[in-house]
Design a protein around this ligand. Structure first.
Ligand code: SF4
Length: 222
């Protein structure tokens, strides 16, 4: 099976949309996509949705967030977890956007990654979801599934990003995160993947060696 066939087969079994995809389809501005991505770190889509809706109902521009009271921002984004860190981060990012970019979000990786608290995954999410620039945001789902499929053999998301870019034809980059995030939430779950109902079960090598190595390491370090 080639990449196109695998991605098509994955897509037909998925329901709903991931949060960033919803924003992209509603053509939300790049600032909202950047802030949503920062708020989405280490939390579920449902929590990010609540936090972003509350925040943007009150403050939805770099200026309004930069000038807002940090404690009010903290309360608005509380549902996203790590809310104190995230509130400080989005306020700081807003200030830098005003100062360096005339309140606009840059549309290239180098400038995005230079923003405070913006890592590779966030920068790539903004490129894909806000600007439709081909990139591969690698979160925990993309990292895990790419290893299970043996598309890569890597130990961390950064290495996975590098390896995927060398492996996957560019025409599929824009859809990879969009599909794998939902696939990882609905079928190829972290703990009990639903292989018995998965549409690619016959061709998937089901390589769990990366996860087993992590479990083993955790056990021996206890
Ligand atoms: S067969 Fe199992 S491991 Fe392979 S992609 Fe499907 S759910 Fe994931």
């Amino acid at each position: 099976m080639n990449y196109r066939e695998i991605l098509d087969k994955i897509e037909i079994q998925l329901e709903g949309e991931a949060h960033l995809d919803e924003l992209a389809k509603k053509k939300q501005d790049p600032f909202k996509i950047l802030i949503s991505t920062i708020l989405s770190a280490r939390t579920r889509d449902a929590n990010t949705r609540i936090a972003t809706e509350k925040l943007f109902a009150k403050y939805d521009t770099p200026k309004s967030i930069a000038e807002a009271d940090i404690e009010i921002i903290e309360q608005l984004v509380k549902s996203s977890g790590f809310y104190k860190v995230k509130a400080a981060r989005i306020k700081e990012v807003s200030k830098v956007l005003i100062k360096k970019y005339n309140s606009n979000v840059p549309d290239n990786y180098e400038e995005l990654i230079s923003l405070p608290g913006v890592g590779s995954k966030t920068a790539n999410c903004v490129l894909v979801y806000a600007f439709q620039v081909p990139a591969i945001p690698v979160d925990t789902h993309v990292h895990r599934i790419s290893n299970r499929l043996k598309w890569v053999k890597t130990k961390n998301p950064l290495k996975t990003e590098e390896a995927l870019k060398n492996t996957i034809p560019k025409e599929f980059w824009l859809k990879l995160n969009r599909l794998f995030v939902r696939f990882g939430q609905q079928i190829c779950l972290p703990l009990r993947p639903k292989c018995e109902i998965c549409t690619i079960r016959d061709t998937c090598p089901k390589d769990f060696s990366m996860e087993e190595a992590i479990k083993k390491k955790k056990k021996t370090s206890k």
